[in-house]
Ligand binder design. Structure first.
Ligand SMILES: Nc1ncnc2c1ncn2[C@@H]1O[C@H](COP(=O)(O)OP(=O)(O)OP(=O)(O)O)[C@@H](O)[C@H]1O
Ligand SMILES: [Mg+2]
Length: 281
């Protein structure tokens, strides 16, 4: 009887071979920062769309009761099962998947905010991980957009994820919140998910011409070293195309493929695919 042989990662994707059959398991990223408005949803959307454009199978999970990601890609959240139904066990994850031009998505709406009160069992940190396990063999990448809080939803995302991407603005308040976030990640690693990795910190709304931004970058690099991670080489520039595409509910790459932000996320996607070893900035 052959045991599973996990033979590393190709394009960041986890491949498992058993009895000469290769299974591809999605690599799961949680996009997180408890600070609001730093670009978690935009990064999930931009990265997800670019990974799909590069030929990968991508599932995005909206784990934020605000439902911003669902809105951006015009997903149905009233008359279609959401991640709330999946986590409650009333719908299988693949039955909650909606196909959109950008990527597949499991949506969310405000009902998800009830999770905190509804799930009180001792293993409630594992609800999302157990719920989405069945979807891992269908995708190359699963991206989880998290709410702006260190709540049980965020902890569920950390337990379900292989790695964490932290979008951050280059300002002093963003740096202040990072220590608290790191503590939560470390606690989850210790108790529930020892192999969880911080993939990196992604600077958003970045302007290399600003002196303050350059100073913050220097500090953020030191902070990243302390967190045993890195600042991604690719930084995301400010560009109104993302907010416009979201408001019009048009896929970013359809709305403006030539915008700075679409180009930046394309290059960032390469950094994610290669693990930063041969990205092209
Ligand atoms: N690089 C960028 N350039 C211009 N606008 C941006 C950029 N990134 C994000 N935005 C805009 O900033 C706002 C906040 O972004 P987003 O919703 O992605 O942040 P968030 O961290 O998900 O917020 P929340 O904490 O509320 O979930 C949105 O209006 C978005 O369109
Ligand atoms: Mg958001």
């Amino acid at each position: 009887m052959t045991n599973y042989i996990a033979y590393g990662t190709i394009s960041g994707i986890i491949k498992i071979e058993t009895q000469n059959v290769v299974f591809v398991m999605a690599k799961v990223f949680a996009i997180t920062n408890q600070k609001g408005g730093v670009g978690k949803t935009s990064t999930t959307e931009g990265l997800g769309a670019c990974l799909k454009a590069k030929g990968f199978r991508v599932l995005c999970i909206d784990l934020d009761p605000q439902g911003n990601l669902s809105f951006s890609v015009d997903a149905e959240t009233d008359d279609f099962p959401t991640i709330y139904d999946v986590m409650r066990g009333s719908t299988k994850p693949l039955h909650a998947v909606q196909r959109t031009p950008s990527f597949d998505i499991i949506g969310a709406n405000i009902l998800l905010s009830a999770i905190e009160l509804e799930f009180t069992q001792h293993d409630r940190e594992f609800i999302l991980k157990n719920a989405i396990d069945a979807a891992r063999s269908r995708y190359d990448y699963i991206l989880i957009d998290t709410p702006p809080a260190l709540s049980i939803l965020t902890v569920n995302a950390f337990v379900a994820a292989d790695a964490i991407i932290i979008p951050m603005l280059a300002d002093i308040f963003s740096l202040q919140g990072i220590a608290e976030l790191y503590e939560t990640i470390e606690r989850v690693k210790e108790r529930y998910n020892p192999s969880l990795k911080i993939e990196g910190i992604l600077l958003n709304k970045y302007s290399s011409r600003s002196v303050l931004t350059r100073e913050i970058l220097a500090t953020a690099e030191l902070v990243a070293v302390q967190m045993n991670t890195k600042i991604f080489k690719k930084k995301i520039r400010t560009a109104c195309a993302i907010a416009e595409a979201q408001a019009k509910q048009v896929p970013l790459l359809e709305y403006s493929k030539r915008s700075n932000i679409a180009k930046d996320y394309m290059i960032f996607a390469d950094e994610i695919i290669t693990g930063g070893e041969e990205d092209g900035e």
